[in-house]
Design a protein around this ligand. Sequence first.
Ligand code: ADP
Ligand code: MG
Length: 294
Amino acid sequence: KSKKASKKLEAKKDGSKPLYPQPLQTFGELESTYGIAGRMGDNLAQQGYKIPTEVQMGSLPLLLRPETALGASADFGQVADVNLLAVAPTGSGKTLAFLIPIVNAIVQRRRISEDKKIHELEAIVVAPTKELASQIVNEAKKLSIGTGVKVFGMRKGMRITARVDEEEGEDDGSSANEGGEEKEQQVVKQKGAEAPLARGDILVTTPGLLLNAISTPSPDEHTPLPNVKTLVLDEADVLLDPLFRDQTLGIWNSCTNPELRVTLWSATMGSNIESLALETLHSRKARLEIDTES
Ligand code: ADP
Ligand code: MG
């Protein structure tokens, strides 16, 4: 095999012929072609990101608006729900690649939502370590500045509910605070002895912390999370190795939304990922592989 850097991009509908979306050339296209919020573009520019990395070029068109990226010939049915397995080297910018689509989806849904104050926990990012999870929270918060999207990291003892109102007792659906100041607070002490209530749109967690929160009272029965529309498995090779596999799959099973999108990100294509991807992402599956440059 040639040592030259190569890129493999494959998007299939149930094993039919591959479809090749047009790679993203600049971050500017995110706004002009894919309609992401200008504020998100500003936040990217603010951080000095100019040119998308290879994995970003390949995955963002698939995840943001596949019907555009794949062209009129593509027939994915519910195209917006394409699942992705992305393999690209460490340091290649996978974090931003999975964060941009989930922040964007929430911004877009909120634009058409009747009640902009509801935070439904729409996306869960699972990472194998607390350190990695906290880096992801930081990156997600920078990307979300000014969008109204709330990101939070899972903490021990946090209570997870599927849907949380912005203010207790304030339910008139008024959008008066749109564009207003973002509330820093994402955890509210409930009256009485109840555990703190997790609130926000995007939860970043290690598998154990989340599984604990949704396993009560019986460890075999998990609270369903029907509003979660995207589940991200970062360092999926680790999350699917024997140490974490059952926890990770427990979380996956709790995401009961039939339209759930799952995206898996890894630096290596282990057999654990490959077989799982074949088993579970059988439809709506896209696979993107960026080889290490040499
Ligand atoms: P990976 O998860 O693939 O190992 P990260 O998402 O942690 O990589 O990104 C590695 C570094 O690259 C981070 O410091 C991140 O801020 C930076 N980065 C990500 N995307 C870009 C980009 N398009 N241009 C410049 N730097 C980027
Ligand atoms: Mg990473």
